[in-house]
Design a protein around this ligand. Structure first.
Ligand SMILES: [Zn+2]
Length: 482
């Protein structure tokens, strides 16, 4: 099967060809752990999970790195002049009167609880940026030695004009970018161009009270031992190199990373390693709330906690995420989440009913089942078209395939969908069962004890005609609603 991926670098659908057969080297830009992640971030993480699950489904060995940024991500990093603003970790640490390290651990723990609840697979590695400082210093040193970077008294910068392909990912016009960036807040008079971005900030100037700093071999008149901290972009270049090598198959992140963060990662990695950094760049679109950008200030930066406080299961949110393609914007409303809840419940009810009929495995699949499997895989292969894959799961439930085949297919599909369908248990307890049904069941029990099997079968039929199913198990009778 040929897997096609929309590559931001070429702006085309391309057939996926791995560096090494049946192996995926995948880097996903993880969260900056200064605050509870909102559901927009969780959607991005879920889109990465679907990519990894697809490769696993296709029997690839997957090396999956999703990092934690716990230093150096400035508030201005996503908006033009990449070197402006305050370190997010520090801002949060000061506001909560906790150390950056404790802040990081607090939000890593919370994020991991969230990702578990929405059933994201554990990445192979989850590096924290602060654990890779020596390697960041080393790559920065390499870039200075090769003439791609220079020191000022406030920072070490990457010299953008030394990398002619700087805009290959974004397709932006460098001159226009230069003009726009020129209007930004350039607080370092020694910086050659507003487009240059920091690889290392010295503990000086606006960062002189920085809470996290490390010694370095870089030179500044303002600090001893080159003390400072890494820029955000070098972190991903270094963690991916250390854990996955100089060349990656795929790299993913939100669309906001195209013009700055990922553009800068390419410039650093390709200049330092002299090798093409990433073969396939994947970017997910954003989650909107009520058709608007999510905003903490408007109370729409919902966390998973808030979703659960509204009475929704985290997997309902996952189901909702599955209904839109990663390259499309998705609009969150409470109404849409309710619809997702109803759909997921209906799916699980249908599965619970199917489970009644499936004791024996079927050796050979029918043509109908094979066609459904093919359809599901075609959807995956078409740039991870998960909404189509989900539609195929529904089609399977409604199809002519045998009940046991339907179940087998759904459980296979669920390796990608991740809805925990095989944990479905829609069994009703006897206490929820209507009185008339209870009385029929009691009569049937009596008939069975008397070995009056004809009467017992008649009573079963009466129960079934009233919309209930009975299953005799070693633990007693199970009653299901049809
Ligand atoms: Zn990154």
């Amino acid at each position: 099967m040929k897997l096609k991926i929309y590559n931001t670098l070429s702006r085309k659908l391309e057939e996926f060809i791995p560096i090494e057969a049946n192996k995926l080297r995948f880097y996903h830009c993880g969260p900056t752990v200064y605050w509870a992640q909102h559901i927009g971030n969780l959607r991005g993480m879920t889109m990465g999970d679907l990519v990894v699950r697809t490769f696993k489904y296709l029997n690839y060995e997957t090396l999956h790195v999703r990092n934690y940024t716990d230093v150096g991500h400035l508030t201005g990093d996503n908006i033009g002049d990449a070197d402006s603003g305050e370190d997010r970790m520090e801002k949060s640490a000061r506001a909560q009167k906790l150390s950056p390290d404790i802040i990081a651990q607090k939000y890593i723990d919370q994020f991991e609880e969230d990702t578990k609840a929405i059933n994201l697979l554990e990445p192979t590695h989850k590096p924290r940026a602060t654990e890779y400082i020596p390697q960041m210093v080393e790559m920065t040193q390499t870039l200075i030695e090769k003439g791609f970077a220079y020191e000022t008294d406030l920072a070490v910068y990457f010299d953008v004009k030394k990398f002619p392909d700087y805009t290959k990912l974004s397709g932006q016009n460098l001159e226009k970018m230069q003009k726009d960036a020129g209007k930004g807040d350039v607080s370092d008079a020694q910086k050659k161009s507003p487009l240059d971005f920091a690889l290392w900030f010295f503990k000086a100037g606006v960062h002189k009270n920085s809470l996290q700093s490390w010694p370095s071999p870089f030179k500044s008149k303002l600090v001893k031992k080159g003390r400072g901290f890494p820029g955000w972009h070098i972190e991903c270049s270094v963690m991916s190199k250390t854990l996955l090598g100089d060349a990656l198959d795929a790299h993913m992140g939100g669309v906001e990373h195209i013009p700055i963060h990922h553009t800068n990662e390419i410039a650093q990695s390709e200049s330092a390693n002299n090798k093409k950094f990433v073969n396939y760049w994947l970017h997910n679109e954003h989650l909107l709330v009520n058709d608007k950008k999510m905003a903490k200030s408007e109370g729409t930066g919902y966390s998973l906690q808030e979703i659960m406080e509204h009475g929704f299961d985290p997997l309902t949110l996952r189901y909702f995420f599955l209904t839109a393609h990663y390259r499309s914007k998705q609009n969150f409303t409470w109404e849409a989440l309710k619809n997702a809840q109803a759909s997921l419940e209906e799916m699980k009810n249908k599965i619970a009913t199917l489970m009644l009929f499936t004791k024996e495995q079927q050796a050979e699949r029918s043509e109908a089942a094979l066609a459904l499997k093919q359809k599901f895989e075609n959807a995956l292969a078409d740039d991870f078209s998960i909404p189509q894959a989900l539609a195929t799961a529904w089609e399977t439930l409604k199809s002519e395939a045998m009940p046991q085949e339907k179940l087998q297919l759904l459980f296979e599909f669920d390796k990608v969908l991740g809805l925990k369908l095989n944990e479905t248990n829609a069994r009703q307890t006897l206490s929820d069962t209507p009185e008339n049904i209870k009385s029929l069941i009691a009569k049937r029990e009596q008939a069975r004890k008397n070995k009056d099997f004809k009467k017992s079968d008649d009573l079963r039929k009466q129960v079934e005609n009233l919309g209930f199913e009975l299953q005799d198990t070693p633990d007693g009778i199970r009653i299901y609603k049809k």
